[in-house]
Design a protein around this ligand. Structure first.
Ligand code: SF4
Length: 368
């Protein structure tokens, strides 16, 4: 289990909900020199401090004031699972009782965290556990950062987070207001100091929000979850497509590339017998042929409540071969943490189902 002891559920804001500038202003308003804000943030982001009292180079009065005014990790750790490949997943209960998931994945050269941006999701992708109960609410900046900071504290001192993927529960671009300040803190030298190129934001494809992201002038990576090469199939798998359409999504992704110069990744979950045939691979290849794009194929991570299954390895390889024939680079995402319900939303869903047995206000799920 994590060594963070949850400070009892409280209404105090997380201290890192405030940006560097805001914390500096807070210090000044309380007659404290602005440079103390850097020290506080160094304790949180650099020294992985878990409590205000241990920030020993701050005056005792300031430490006391911080403890009266802010919280550090008010979320409650409900579940912490470690997979055989050392992927770790946390299920956190927020101060209002809502649940959120985040994951730490280990590869030889990388320590990647995958974080959530919403409680539930309103996009309703039919293969995803996160969307099964709809959207509850957006996460705050502090709630987004708490996930990263908790996962960071699972690493030994000599290791650091190398990549952040915003691909957990929720549609990140539907909560840009809270997400962008969180990413600023991750990117900031006085924060986690993570290069923008190491941060990837995944979206189902909200055209205006993609353009808004492009206009920021940051080198964040964009991953567009396409999952189907035509409107009929995409609307069936990603219902929100009905209002948007594949062309508009691709047009916005093209604009993102034009403004930022960053190659767009297209995510494509492979669902056996649904969208994984050579015909769909050809259709996808034709769509992307004229674009600087990369395709990330994700074999379906089975979710008990859903009827979709992973394609066979030869069928997946055939899909890759067709894309490569058309000159489209493609990779098949490695399964991480398969033995700990690491697919997006699974742990939260299973927790809600367990709670539903005793908690009448929760809807009991009926598997399709
Ligand atoms: S795949 Fe992503 S966008 Fe779709 S329902 Fe799940 S969390 Fe939401």
């Amino acid at each position: 289990m994590s060594n963070i002891t949850a400070t009892a559920v409280s209404g105090l804001p997380r201290v890192y909900e405030l940006s560097r500038a805001e914390l500096g202003r807070w210090c000044e308003e309380h007659g404290i020199p602005g440079y103390r804000a850097d020290q506080i943030r160094r304790w949180i982001f650099g020294k992985r401090s878990n409590s205000f009292p241990e920030m020993h180079d701050l005056p005792a009065a300031l430490r006391g004031l911080l403890a009266e005014s802010f919280s550090l990790f008010p979320g409650k750790l409900v579940d912490h699972r470690v997979a055989s490949d050392r992927t770790e997943k946390l299920l956190l209960e927020l101060t209002d009782g809502e649940l959120v998931e985040c994951v730490l994945m280990r590869e030889p050269e990388r320590r990647t965290v995958c974080i959530s941006t919403q409680v539930g999701c309103g996009m309703g992708c039919v293969f995803c556990a996160s969307g099964l109960q709809g959207l509850k609410r957006n996460l705050t900046t502090g709630e987004i950062l708490e996930q990263v900071l908790r996962l960071d504290r699972l690493l030994p001192r000599e290791e650091a987070i190398t990549n952040v993927v915003v691909m957990g529960i929720g549609e990140p671009l539907a909560n840009l207001k809270a997400l962008l300040p969180a990413l600023e803190s991750l990117n900031d030298k006085g924060g986690l100091g993570l290069g923008a190129r190491r941060i990837t934001i995944s979206t189902v494809g909200l055209p205006e929000k993609i353009r808004e992201l492009a206009r920021l002038g940051k080198a964040y990576n964009l991953a567009v979850s396409l999952h189907a090469p035509n409107n009929t199939l995409r609307t069936q798998l990603v219902p929100v497509n009905d209002k948007i359409g594949v062309d508009a999504v691709l047009q916005a992704a093209d604009d993102f590339f034009e403004v930022t110069g960053r190659r767009v990744t297209y995510e494509y979950v492979l669902l056996s017998g649904v969208n994984d045939g050579p015909q769909q691979a050809r259709e996808l290849a034709k769509l992307l042929q004229s674009r600087i794009a990369h395709v990330n194929l994700i074999p379906m991570n089975a979710v008990t409540e859903l009827s979709y299954v992973e394609p066979t390895a030869p069928r997946t390889q055939e899909f890759v071969r067709v894309l490569e024939q058309f000159g489209i680079p493609a990779t098949v995402r490695k399964r991480k943490g398969a033995d700990i319900d690491a697919a997006c939303g699974q742990l939260r869903l299973h927790q809600l189902q367990t709670a539903a047995v005793t908690s009448p206000e929760l809807v009991v799920l009926t598997p399709p």
